[in-house]
Design a binder for this molecule. Structure first.
Ligand code: GNR
Ligand code: NI
Length: 167
């Protein structure tokens, strides 16, 4: 197991588009375990492979308090959505920034599990928010891109300043 380095916004690698996983194998399962360990250590409730500079369609999510509800999605696709809801989001790649984002309230997601078997999951509430947030990462989209240009400029300036100060 290993804790991986999480890319920090603004880093252009966060905008790469992830490719489909062709074969679910031991390397895929090892990456999922390392992503889960990295997510729990952060701590966070989700992580996309993009954030650890692996540009493959893999996400992990665990919104449970006990950290015992790990869900891994390989090649996830949203096949249905319902409703709309606005909630405050944060991101391990954008530390210390919390802003409201509107998303679908419910989503049906189709993906492969760690064995390469297809499954469908219906999610709502915070789990649905997290799945949508992680799937955005796979398309190269960071949640701050939903905010106004002015807010994005301020966030970039703040994070660049913080990066300079910690180097
Ligand atoms: O840890 C995280 N918390 C969170 C809170 C509200 C909405 C989305 C998230 S996901 C985030 C972890 C992360 O950056 N995943 O990409
Ligand atoms: Ni994120």
């Amino acid at each position: 197991m290993a804790i991986l380095k999480i890319l920090q916004y603004p880093d252009e690698r966060l905008h790469k588009v992830a490719r489909k996983v062709e074969r679910v194998d031991d390397a895929t399962r090892r990456l999922i375990r390392d992503m889960a360990e990295t997510m729990y250590a952060a701590p966070g409730v989700g992580l996309a492979a993009t954030q650890v500079d692996v540009h493959e369609q893999i996400i992990v999510v665990d919104v449970s308090e006990e950290h015992n509800q790990l869900k891994a999605f390989i090649n996830p696709e949203i096949i249905a959505i319902a409703g709309e809801e606005e909630s405050e989001e944060g991101c391990l790649s954008v530390p210390g920034i919390y802003e409201k984002v509107r998303r679908a309230e419910k989503v049906s997601v189709r993906a492969l599990n760690e064995k390469g078997e297809p499954f469908t999951l219906e999610a709502e509430g915070f789990l649905a928010v997290c799945i949508q947030h992680e799937m955005d990462h796979l398309r190269g989209k960071v949640f701050v891109e939903y905010l106004s240009q002015l807010k994005q400029i301020r966030i970039r300036a703040k994070l660049k300043k913080r990066l300079r100060e910690t180097m």
